[in-house]
Ligand binder design. Structure first.
Ligand code: MN
Length: 714
């Protein structure tokens, strides 16, 4: 065993010996807390000063008496294990219910205590948690790295993240005390920890547990690299100069002079982090062994600190990431930046509030009961202070927002479960330098909702790394994503977006919109892979199947739409007129009409293939003619060579001619050629020739034409 691990274990053992001795003395009298849980109580009180300690005392008494006589492999009384697990959780700020269940977590599995007994003595919530941990023990980790394993785990826990918290702490204590196992068993347990528990800790935001687990796994699975890393750290500690300390001092001075209250702390990197950095940068310098953490009181102070550091020191701007405006997926919030010293050494800086820090360290462990409805929460806050956890307004409220926005609780929990089941997180960049944290497998749809919330309904397309991409494009870590937003206030998401939405934020926003608009967004998405811009679906360009004359995409229409009856005069009183999407007639085109469902008359150009088909099917024509309005809507096809910025140049040229783009599709480029199809609204049909000329003048465009009338159903 390496010295560092021995040291860590020695430290853990000292605590455990003390706990074990206290445990052997037996439970204390009823009126005072057993000594053995005094550490737990102290840690719990530090986070929750008004917590009722009685359940902890009773849980300890039951756990101790039922485990009595059982020994850990190390020879210590078994009770030392639940005590140590509970201490880990108490130090992270877990609430009393979680700690009570944690003390009891192995009783049902390993002793005569029954679940019913736990329920009778500690209530349904504790029973539920103990049951979840017991079931979780039975989850097969065979396909360890599979997201499916997470799903199984979450199902096993009844979707309660508190069960996960207990499981993580349980695993941490078992890893700390793994030295007593045979090496093969150590390796096997370490691998499962690496493949399942560490990703889980990351997803649940429990940084403190994640980093310690990583180092423990590292020591077991890569003992040589671990030893090498340890030597690097020891050597660095013995160096005379300490650039991190110097930078911290300089930073404190800058912030003091700016009158910003802030704590500047040095955060040494954990072993795995040092190892990663050394792999990335080669020889390490002093500033590489840690990061500076600036803690402030208010959110706004974070930006104040950032401003001072960027003004008074030498920032490395490319390192700046705003995880406050756009929190990472596990709800972590911080500003990240870096500053350079005169000797070129770069120091990474994390800026966050105390509350953000607590969430960053403890993640879900500080969550409390995610199921308590807000009213109950407030009542509880008033009575015991437990619910007044300052981390809640941030990330818990976001969870609760999702829950509120979700059409039903099942949707919420299934999306959260999917979210937690995601393997890894990626970071993508916005053109403005900001970043978005997304789960692996996220698409442009997810990026749109992460960035714009419900306004993403108006998203019409995306560029990934400067190139046009479909909204279904799966993003990779480090991609730059530019989202193209439409101006149409009546924008709606497309149902097929659901298939490409992986994040709860996106799924819930889309589902919520669909729930509120039951008859809309039902486009079958036949040409989905070709759609870059989605149809706006304001009804006026609803595509039709020519044979049926039935709206492909039933949508808002009628007098409120742009194609009000005033534009077209129709020989059928009270009819709603719609211009056919297949041939997009424009004045002065020769037109004819057909009556379709719901009193709607669709207007086609007379040469449209659909007209011939409907006539041969015996459908009666209805007389239509253009009204006085000169406004028109037309579909244009631009053929061009592929080049960067083509889309931007083309749409800009169109806008300059007064055209409003209603919808567009871009087919995947073939042989360096690409076809754009735009439906545009023009204030005057007379502008059409000028518009087409302007489009042809855009570099790379070699042809612009009206959409062919027979394009549908051929
Ligand atoms: Mn256990």
């Amino acid at each position: 065993m390496t010295p560092a691990v021995s040291r860590r274990k020695a430290r853990a053992r000292i605590d455990l010996r003390r706990l074990g001795r206290a445990a052997l003395l037996g439970p204390a009298s009823r009126d005072r807390l057993p000594d053995a849980i005094s550490h737990v109580v102290d840690a719990h009180r530090a986070h929750h000063p008004d917590a009722d300690l009685e359940p902890l005392r009773r849980a300890y008494v039951l756990a101790e008496s039922s485990h009595r006589g059982q020994m850990r492999k190390s020879g210590e009384p078994y009770i030392t294990h639940p005590l140590a697990v509970t201490l880990i959780l108490a130090e992270l700020g877990a609430e009393t219910t979680t700690l009570t269940a944690s003390l009891l977590h192995d009783t049902v599995e390993d002793t005569d205590v029954t679940l019913d007994q736990v329920g009778e003595q500690f209530g349904a919530e504790v029973r539920f948690l103990v049951d979840g941990v017991t079931k979780l023990e039975k989850v097969d980790y065979g396909a360890a790295a599979e997201p499916e394993t997470f799903r199984k785990m979450l199902v096993a826990t009844g979707n309660d993240v508190r069960v996960m918290s207990i499981k993580l702490a349980d695993r941490l204590h078992n890893m700390r005390t793994l030295g007593v196992m045979r090496p093969e068993k150590q390796a096997r347990i370490a691998k499962v920890t690496r493949d399942v528990l560490i990703p889980l800790a990351e997803r649940l935001g429990v940084q403190a547990l994640k980093t310690e687990l990583e180092d423990l796994v590292f020591a077991i699975l890569h003992p040589e690299e671990y030893e090498h890393t340890r030597e690097l750290i020891v050597d660095n500690a013995s160096r005379a100069d300490d650039p991190l300390a110097e930078m911290a001092d300089a930073m404190r001075k800058v912030l003091r002079e700016a009158d910003i209250q802030a704590e500047v702390l040095i955060r040494p990197r954990h072993f795995v982090s040092v190892h990663r950095v050394s792999r990335k940068r080669g020889r390490l310098r002093g500033a590489d062994f840690g990061r500076l953490l600036v803690l402030v009181n208010e959110d706004a102070d974070c930006y104040g600190v950032l401003g001072e550091l960027h003004t008074c020191m030498t920032p490395v701007v490319s390192e700046f990431k705003d995880f406050i405006a756009v929190p990472k997926f596990n709800l972590y919030q911080s500003l990240h930046t870096a500053v350079a010293r005169e000797d070129g050494q770069v120091t990474e800086v994390l800026i966050r509030t105390h509350q953000m820090h607590k969430v960053a360290e403890a993640g879900v462990v500080a969550l409390g009961n995610p199921y308590a409805p807000p009213a109950e929460e407030q009542a509880a806050a008033a009575s015991d202070g437990e619910r007044a956890d300052p981390t809640r307004p941030g990330w818990l409220s976001r969870l609760l927002d999702w829950q509120e926005a979700a059409p039903d609780p099942d949707t919420f929990w299934s999306t959260l479960r999917e979210d937690l089941a995601q393997d890894r997180e990626i970071t993508v960049f916005r053109p403005d330098g900001g970043t978005l944290g997304l789960p692996e497998g996220a698409t442009c749809v997810d990026a749109a909702y992460a960035q714009y919330g419900e306004d993403a309904h108006a998203c019409i397309g995306a560029r990934v790394n400067g190139r046009l991409a479909t909204l279904s494009t799966v993003l990779r870590d480090g991609d730059t994503v530019q989202l193209l937003m439409g101006q149409d206030p009546a924008s709606e998401p497309s149902r097929e977006w659901l298939e490409h939405a992986h994040t709860p934020a996106a799924r819930i926003a889309i589902q919520r919109w669909l729930a509120a608009h039951p008859s809309q967004g039902d486009a079958p998405g036949a040409e989905e892979t070709r759609v870059l811009f989605r149809p706006t679906g304001d009804g006026s360009v609803g595509q039709e199947t020519a044979a049926e004359g039935q709206a492909f995409r039933p949508a808002v229409e009628g007098p409120a739409g742009r194609y009000a009856t005033a534009d077209v005069l129709v020989d059928q009183p009270g009819a709603t007129v719609r211009l056919a999407g297949c041939c997009t007639p424009v004045p002065p085109d020769e037109v004819t009409g057909f009556s379709v469902r719901g009193g709607v008359v669709t207007v086609h150009r007379v040469e449209c293939a659909a007209v011939a088909r409907m006539k041969s099917a015996g459908r009666a024509e209805i007389g239509v003619r253009w009204g006085d309005t000169t406004e028109c809507r037309v579909t244009l096809v631009a053929e061009s060579f592929v080049r960067p910025h083509l889309l931007a140049d083309l749409t800009e040229a169109m806008a300059l001619e007064g055209a409003e783009i209603v919808s567009a599709t871009v087919e995947p480029p073939t042989q360096q050629r690409v076809r754009h199809t735009y439906t545009v609204q023009l204030p005057d049909a007379a502008l059409l020739p000028g518009l087409m000329r302007a489009m042809r003048n855009v570099a790379g465009v070699y042809d612009v034409s009206r959409a062919q009338p027979q394009m549908q159903g051929a």
